[in-house]
Design a binder for this molecule. Structure first.
Ligand code: ZN
Length: 409
């Protein structure tokens, strides 16, 4: 990154005339979730303590909420993001699905988000012709449908405005395109090394906690003759997850976390604790898209990218997949070589957001060997679970993981 930092430092010097220290970005994850019979929505976006970006993201989510509310009948809305930030820059990519139309927006700014950067700040505009050629080749490699159409040719012409949608990950630079006739997002992914002739950007070091060995997993004794249930938590991890882990540890019991691939690297410690403390991690896909509406290739990507994200942190590959919204069909079942896990008892915690109600629904309906659905992204759900753990144990239920439950079911 050193050379890029120099460029950015010069830029910021020119702009504010002094080299001020930046406010560290604080990433908070917002979730808007709706799961109706026909209408399904999952909007995940960050608040970064960077006013320019935060305002744009909030406006975008409000726009999507309103548009979603106005639609009658079958539709799916989705918003997901990738973020890479350090003291010197914030790179953000937001993917949006409105019904059938996919869009992508990217943002690049200095470290506190007060100054935006464009393609021209990050790449050498004089080299744009050969860069465009490289992008064209890469798009054709990964996507056999790319090629001869007018919209495709227009989109990869060597003009700076065509390449404003790019995202700087730790290891890769990705250019995004959402203006081809198929209304899908297409991406051209490069290593920093591959683009070294076109940019002064260099890759930064990964920020994961080091985690080489899983040293300890508590042994639990399960009595198959006694009742048992599996608490399951979807859509995390999030900032409340560790409180829940504290309670599970205190009462010496386990749960299963169906995590989103897009979330795991934000909460590596929660993920590590899940494994170390004897809980199970399941795969809830990368971006929470309804799998029944995706192509086979996309379904596999949603699941396998998540497997890789989890493996990179805790060195395990989950055996269980929970399809978002519980939506599956023959195609999904056929191509995914995992146990697809739904649930027996839906607490509808995302709808009520009411701790007492969640506790009541659970206690009034729970039966032996139930898989219980909750979401660890809401403080009300986590509080309900913390209170439910001893209440269920008092009623004689052992709290086990889904894989443990399946052994006796
Ligand atoms: Zn979910």
């Amino acid at each position: 990154m050193k050379r890029f930092l120099m460029v950015l430092s010069i830029l910021s010097l020119m702009i504010c005339g002094c080299h001020k220290s930046v406010n560290p970005v604080k990433e908070d994850v917002n979730v808007n979730y709706e799961s109706g019979e026909d209408k399904k929505m999952m909007l995940v976006y960050p608040t970064l303590n960077a006013p320019l970006l935060d305002e744009q993201l909030k406006a975008l989510s409000e726009e999507l909420n309103q548009e979603f509310a106005a639609i009658d009948g079958d539709c799916e809305f989705n918003m997901s993001y990738r973020l890479n930030h350090n003291d010197d820059f914030i790179s953000l990519m937001v993917k949006i699905l409105r019904g059938d139309k996919e869009e992508v927006k990217t943002f690049l700014s200095n470290g506190d988000g007060s100054q935006s950067y464009t393609f021209e700040d990050a790449f050498d505009a004089k080299q744009i012709k050969s860069l465009a050629q490289k992008i064209d080749e890469r798009l054709r490699q990964s996507d056999e449908t790319a090629g001869s159409s007018i919209d495709y040719k227009m989109a990869v012409m060597p003009k700076a405005e065509n390449f404003q949608n790019f995202y700087l990950d730790q290891d890769t630079i990705t250019f995004y395109f959402d203006n081809f006739a198929d209304q899908q997002i297409h991406e051209a992914v490069f290593t920093y090394e591959e683009l070294k002739d076109f940019t002064k950007l260099e890759n930064s070091n990964p920020v994961y906690l080091t985690y080489d060995e899983i040293l300890y997993e508590p042994t639990k004794i399960i009595d198959p003759n006694k009742p048992m249930v599996a608490l399951t938590f979807d859509d995390g991890p999030n900032k409340y997850t560790e409180q829940l882990l504290d309670a599970l540890k205190e009462y010496n019991c386990s749960a299963t976390f169906f995590v989103l691939g897009s979330m795991v690297e934000k909460f590596p410690q929660a993920l590590q604790r899940m494994v170390l403390e004897g809980n199970e991690i399941g795969n809830h896909t990368m971006d929470h898209r309804q799998l029944t509406k995706l192509s086979e290739k996309e379904i596999i990507k949603e699941v396998e990218d998540t497997q890789q994200a989890i493996e990179s942190i805790v060195h395990i590959y989950p055996k269980l997949v929970r399809p978002p919204y519980g939506s599956k069909n023959d195609t999904v079942s056929r191509i995914l070589d995992y146990d697809l896990i739904l649930w027996d008892l839906d607490t509808r915690d995302w709808a009520s957001k009411d701790t007492q109600k969640i506790i009541e629904v659970t206690l009034n309906n729970v039966r032996d060997k139930d898989i219980i659905l909750m979401h660890d992204i809401y403080p009300t759900s986590v509080q309900a679970a913390i209170e439910l753990i001893p209440l269920l144990q008092e009623r004689g239920y052992q709290l086990v993981t889904v894989s443990e439950l399946l052994l006796y079911r």
